[in-house]
Design a protein around this ligand. Structure first.
Ligand code: ATP
Ligand code: MG
Length: 408
């Protein structure tokens, strides 16, 4: 077994070695390299204590020094170097009580979640695979290191990590690990929504997003989709239509979440996304996509414009993709709607108040009273301009203002 290490990683390990310490690449990068996939980042595990690591390298950042992690900077690139550690007792099912450093690589590998994530490598020792990680990689199997139920009891997030890796790698979950999920799943109540969200998000953005159905197969949905003990509405099942739409969809976060949540109303999707502590922008987009996922858009400029006004310009593309994937509009219609949108955009038609050639101060000068009237007038003008783009001209708009003034 030979892994090609980037020069910087080789140097870090060599520096540790020369100072009398051990250094190995570990975890995700070993797994990915064994699979022939270019690792996203290279994590290093070492017998050196954080202070010792810091003394050996010119530029370091204390990223998570209390957990033993120091980031070593080599030419603008950061490499996480973490001291071998044993996670102390987990009292609350999410955090170890204390982190204990250890001189033993074996101990460090033992605390890791799955066998495929518990391998280490360096050039002199080769692959260190104490828990059958390579066999599991070959068998395409997710299996806990040690007793699965105990590992999930320590940190229930690992349950969702099992599902996530299964989707990312296209692996099955071993039988023992599956039984342990069913046994320990209630502990997911202890896990923060942010951590849950991140795992589900990675799952949905993977090559096999349809594996989101595992959340329902293991009956985890009722446990993780809640807000401070209060249930929130979630998809009651993953039907074929949803799963094939997920499979066929581009890897866009808002698109995949709205496919998953398409049976929910806009408001229900909003509550769901908030419960998982999504940011406002993602939440707002998914809410809109769900609200309009089954609203027919006529192949006419005015209907397209009205929908763009409701959902936004870039969201419109996602909405068409969503409707198309769900079979709500066919390929021809989707193509035609996108062509119409392109035409509108190319022409530079006004769609929003900011696009109007006159603004609030212009109206004040025309003698329109401050406050509500200005807003009302601008809306009226936009309506006219959306119907007939040639009207978006200062002179013409001032004329319309004169005509409409009386009605306000
Ligand atoms: P990714 O490609 O998503 O980064 P990864 O395997 O690197 O995958 P990370 O979450 O970055 O995953 O974690 C790095 C390593 O730390 C894992 O490979 C695993 O060995 C260990 N690890 C991470 N989270 C846990 C956990 N909750 N319990 C046990 N070990 C964990
Ligand atoms: Mg990683």
């Amino acid at each position: 077994m030979n892994i090609n290490l980037p020069e910087a990683v080789e140097n870090i390990i060599e520096t540790l070695d020369k100072a009398g310490f051990e250094g190995f690449i570990v975890g995700g990068c070993v797994r990915d390299a064994c699979l022939g996939v270019e690792p996203k980042d290279w994590d290093i595990t070492t017998s050196a204590k954080p202070e010792e690591v810091k003394a050996l390298f010119k530029r370091t950042i204390d990223t998570g020094i209390e957990h033993g992690t120091v980031t070593v900077m080599i030419e603008r690139q950061g490499y996480e170097v973490t001291t071998y550690r044993i996670d102390g007792k987990y009292k609350d099912g999410r955090h170890p009580e204390e982190v204990v450093f250890t001189p033993s690589l074996e101990e460090d590998l033992k605390r890791r979640d799955f066998t495929i994530n518990a391998m280490a490598y360096n050039e002199s020792a080769g692959l260190v695979d104490l828990y059958g990680g390579m066999d599991d990689l070959k068998a395409k199997r997710i299996r806990c290191v040690g007793d699965a139920a105990q590992r999930f009891r320590e940190d229930a997030l690992r349950i969702l990590r099992a599902l996530r890796f299964s989707a990312q790698l296209g692996f099955d979950i071993s039988e023992e690990t599956k039984s342990a999920i069913l046994e320990i799943k209630e502990n997911l109540k202890l896990i923060s929504k942010e951590r849950i969200r991140e795992e589900l998000n990675k799952l949905l953005l993977s090559d096999e997003p349809e594996k989101i159905s595992l959340v329902h197969d293991f009956a985890l949905a009722g446990i993780i989709y809640e807000n401070g003990g209060k249930p929130v509405i979630f998809p009651s099942e993953c039907g074929d239509k949803m799963l094939s739409a997920l499979k066929a969809s581009a890897k866009i976060k808002e698109l995949r979440w709205s496919i998953y949540l398409n049976s929910l109303s806009g408001e229900e999707a909003n509550v769901f996304m908030r419960a998982l502590k999504f940011d406002n922008k993602t939440t707002a987009t998914v809410k809109k996509l769900c609200a309009f996922s089954d609203v027919k858009i006529d192949c006419e400029e005015i209907s397209v414009k009205h929908m763009i006004q409701k959902v936004g310009l870039s969201e419109f593309d996602l909405l068409i993709a969503l409707q198309n994937l769900l079979g709500f509009c066919d390929d021809t219609t989707a193509g035609a709607l996108m062509d119409i949108k392109e035409k509108i955009v190319k022409r530079g038609d006004a769609l929003f108040l900011k696009d109007l050639k006159i603004n609030g101060s212009d109206l004040l000068e025309c003698g329109i009273k401050k406050g509500e009237n200005i807003g009302k007038m601008l809306e009226l003008l936009l309506e006219k301009v959306v119907e007939d783009y040639s009207l978006n001209d200062r002179e013409k708009l001032f004329k319309i203002v004169d005509e409409l003034k009386e009605d306000l």
